[in-house]
Design a protein around this ligand. Structure first.
Ligand code: NAP
Ligand code: ZN
Ligand code: ZN
Length: 351
């Protein structure tokens, strides 16, 4: 027996998202059935739904910043019960026995199953995401949400934007005494600023938008650089320990590599559909600089990030939208016209 669920999704890359009915598997012994309250809108959702990345499977129901309440649990589920506030991020399954899974880094498992567009035995043969009323997920991939309930909508973006910036900040040891740059003050970037600040780093926000200068300070940045200004950029030459680059479009990486000090590193998390121009090798060689990438984060570190945020009162700055506003929200996201994350109120799916 399957569950019939209302959702919002796309039938083709060149078609808008629309209301569709989908099914979810009935919860098995290890499953948690979740009534979704809110789902954040990630730029990855747009890349996937519009088939900007290769391999989109249709119908495509995006959404991997999911928060809600447990409805029911299978017989072998431990640690979750009906009524609990929970989250689901970008991962709903993995092999559970490789080195990466053993290390708690399921995000790097070769068999990682994404919350949408991933392989599954469930209809229609690929996973369907959080722009929907309910989801059924194996307990291993469900997170506890310990924030107050009235912050729930603003917690949703932590499940992707939060963990995607948290993971490299922790891996590259951002904290007191380190100077961290965050490039692109969108959904990921604004969380990067908040988290780096909460970890005690000196934070510099890089934005192309003059209009975000004041706002980035309010998010917790110690300094803001409008990256179109060569003078402002030059003022930070050879000074950063770590730069996290969230920009969703190809651009000149050299402009940032020269801001790293010796042994500094820039981590790319933005995933543009076409490549960046190749950086100048000498900008890496001369100061033993590193250029790296990072993908979301594992389940254990996602829980660690959520608990840190609950303890430190960190949530996203959001704009709540109705399900039928999603196509406009995508257009506004492309223009950088969001401060700083859209979140869908899934109660409006049945309105
Ligand atoms: P977003 O909210 O649209 O933010 C991207 C920001 O980049 C913009 O707000 C803008 O900030 C800046 N930007 C500068 N030039 C741009 C341009 N030409 N086009 C677009 N943006 C430009 O997107 P997001 O949700 O934060 O996602 C950012 C990227 O990360 C996407 O490619 C997404 O797919 C990827 N992503 C990767 C992972 C991962 O695991 N690595 C996880 C989630 C998302 P300013 O106005 O401040 O310049
Ligand atoms: Zn995402
Ligand atoms: Zn694995």
């Amino acid at each position: 027996m399957t569950l019939s669920v209302k959702a919002y999704g796309a039938h083709a890359g060149d078609r808008p998202l629309e209301a569709i009915d989908i099914s979810r598997r009935a919860p098995g012994a290890d499953d948690v059935q979740i009534a979704i309250a809110y789902c954040g809108i990630c730029h990855s959702d747009l890349h996937q739904a519009r088939a900007e990345w290769a391999g989109t499977l249709f119908p495509c129901v995006p959404g991997h910043e999911i928060v809600g309440r447990v409805v029911d649990v299978g017989a072998q589920v431990q640690g979750f019960k009906a009524g609990d506030l929970v989250g689901v991020g970008c991962i709903v399954d993995s092999c559970r026995h490789c080195q990466d899974c053993g290390d708690g880094l399921e995000n790097y498992c070769d068999s990682m199953v994404g919350t949408y567009n991933g392989a599954t035995a469930d209809a229609p043969g690929h996973t369907l995401g959080g722009y929907s009323e309910q989801i059924v997920v194996h307990q291993r991939y469900v997170l506890h949400v310990r924030h107050p309930e009235d912050q729930l909508a603003a917690v949703a973006p932590l499940l992707c934007a939060g963990i995607t910036t948290w993971s490299p900040l922790k891996h590259w040891n951002a904290g007191p005494g380190s100077k961290v740059g965050i490039v692109g003050i969108g959904g990921l970037g604004h969380m990067g600023v908040k988290l780096a600040h909460a970890l005690g780093a000196h934070v510099v926000a890089f934005t192309t938008s003059e209009s975000k200068r004041e706002a980035a300070l309010a998010l917790g940045a110690d300094e803001v650089v409008v990256s179109r200004s060569a003078d402002e950029m030059a003022g930070h030459a050879k000074s950063f320990d770590l730069i996290i680059n969230t920009v969703a479009a190809p651009h000149d990486l050299d402009a940032y590599l020269v801001l790293l000090k010796r042994d500094g590193g820039m981590v790319l998390v933005g995933a543009p559909a076409t490549p960046h121009p190749s950086p100048a090798v000498f900008n890496l060689i001369m100061k033993r600089r590193t250029l790296a990438g990072s993908m979301i984060g594992g389940i254990a570190e996602t829980q660690e990030m959520l608990d840190f945020c609950a303890e430190h009162g960190v949530v996203a700055d959001i704009e709540l939208i109705r399900a039928d506003e999603i196509n406009d929200a995508y257009e506004r996201m492309l223009k950088g016209d969001v401060k700083y994350r859209f979140v869908m109120d899934t109660a409006t799916l049945s309105a």
